[in-house]
Design a protein around this ligand. Structure first.
Ligand code: DHB
Ligand code: MG
Length: 221
């Protein structure tokens, strides 16, 4: 099935996803540095993030898990020129690569990249940090429950929270799988269920060039 999913993603991309020099340059530079692209969002998923931001006229975006900043480019392109992104990456080498990609892109939006464990960086933000309109959680899956709570504390009524990779080819329902990343995702589902601060939420499975996975999405009450 994988080959067909990949071919269909290529078909979708060739029709609906405009070629963008900045995005192409980001992928090319990331590949040249020897990093596989499987950690990055697929282009048609990047476009979905862009559309959610546009739909809600978001201006302040928080991203947990920058990797090479490919998803960050999609988030930034969706924002007005005075838009702001705080993106946090836990691994030094990924953060260095991400900073190069961000510098090369020369986007008008302000992209603030911080390196460190996302939970530590978020807890160290000043008390008067303005809430974020859109939050993309894509860092270590083990910490998703913690990231969800911290994100809710940095959001306002109507903020959108998207969590990537919440299906992992079905591993979440394989009872024998006790990997911390999978347990983290399961705990995130439990936390989202009837959460007093969430207005509505769902999760969708996806198939495509990145295999079988899915994302969860919540609107803050
Ligand atoms: C992995 C992480 C991601 O955020 C992703 O989109 C795909 C894969 C991983 O850790 O393997
Ligand atoms: Mg991801």
């Amino acid at each position: 099935m994988q080959q067909m999913w990949t071919e269909i993603d290529a078909y979708i991309d060739s029709h609906l996803i405009p070629e963008d020099p900045i995005l192409i340059q980001t992928l090319k530079h990331t590949e040249e540095r020897g990093y596989p692209d499987h950690l990055a969002v697929a282009p048609n998923q990047g476009m979905l993030l862009q559309m959610l931001i546009q739909m809600n006229s978001c201006k302040r975006v928080l991203e947990l898990g920058t990797f090479a900043a490919y998803s960050t480019m999609w988030l930034a392109r969706a924002l007005p020129e005075d838009g702001y992104i705080l993106t946090i990456e836990g691994r030094d080498v990924h953060a260095a690569l991400a900073q190069e990609n961000i510098d090369n892109a020369k986007l008008p939006q302000t992209i603030d990249l911080k390196c460190g464990r996302a939970a530590d960086v978020l807890r160290a933000l000043p008390d008067d940090t303005e809430a974020f309109d859109f939050i993309f959680i894509d860092a270590d899956k083990q910490s998703y429950p913690e990231y969800l709570e911290l994100s809710l504390n940095l959001s306002h009524s109507g903020s959108i929270i998207v969590l990537d990779n919440v299906v992992r080819a079905g591993d979440i329902i394989k009872a024998e799988n006790h990997k911390p990343s999978i347990e983290g995702i399961r705990d995130m589902f439990k936390a989202m269920q009837n959460h007093p601060r969430i207005l509505s939420c769902t999760a969708l499975q996806t198939v495509g060039s990145k295999g079988h996975d899915g994302f969860a999405i919540a609107i803050v009450k």
